[in-house]
Design a protein around this ligand. Sequence first.
Ligand SMILES: O=P(O)(O)OC[C@H]1O[C@H](OP(=O)(O)OP(=O)(O)O)[C@H](O)[C@@H]1O
Ligand SMILES: O=C(O)c1cc(=O)[nH]c(=O)[nH]1
Length: 215
Amino acid sequence: MLDYQQEFIDFAIKQQVLRFGEFTLKSGRVSPYFFNAGLFNTGEALTKLGHCYAEAIQRSGIEFDVLFGPAYKGIPLAAATASTLAANYNKITPFAFNRKEAKTHGEGGQLVGADLTGQRVLLIDDVITAGTAIREVLPQIEGAKGKISGVVIALDRQERGQGERSAIQEVEQDLGIPVVSIITLDNIIEHLNTKSDLQSYAPAIENYRQTYGVC
Ligand SMILES: O=P(O)(O)OC[C@H]1O[C@H](OP(=O)(O)OP(=O)(O)O)[C@H](O)[C@@H]1O
Ligand SMILES: O=C(O)c1cc(=O)[nH]c(=O)[nH]1
């Protein structure tokens, strides 16, 4: 594991973003762990988060013009990362996001922020489980004449998508784009197995993996 990945896991546990218990997911799957990016809820946390995403993006080499954060939790991620890219990498990156429900007054519509017309769009979100959220937002990006060039997430849960392939393989192969993550479930399990106070959570995660995981 790279230093920034280890730091990210420590930070996610400290912020209680990464928790263990029983959680129902968007896909209906019942998971023994959950990554709640909503708890990166201070200026300091957002700054650290922006650094981790920016590092993952830089390492990936993905070329893009605009960051796009799907509602809701993708919105602060896009803003924090655009801020870090400007401050630390001298990359002035416009960002945009969607509303879950269209606005019918004022500027109206479902998209907010940078114009996507003719732009290469890097989608930024917190996790991919079954890949539904990514597929839901694609028509909005394409409808605004943007072209998705990649996806960056904090956590790859390494689960099956709609078929037998992993959700990430499905997105990569069906859309022909790269997907990169700061950490994976493998990294979390590696971390749990080195911490005596966290080791007890590993068996339930391994069981869950038997049902929904891909190796
Ligand atoms: O890969 P999937 O199976 O789609 O699951 C992952 C998605 O689920 C959550 O979004 P959700 O819309 O539930 O939550 P939010 O409004 O809190 O961002 C999460 O933020 C991911 O976008
Ligand atoms: O699949 C989901 O709905 C999901 C998983 C997770 O770990 N975190 C999250 O916000 N959503």
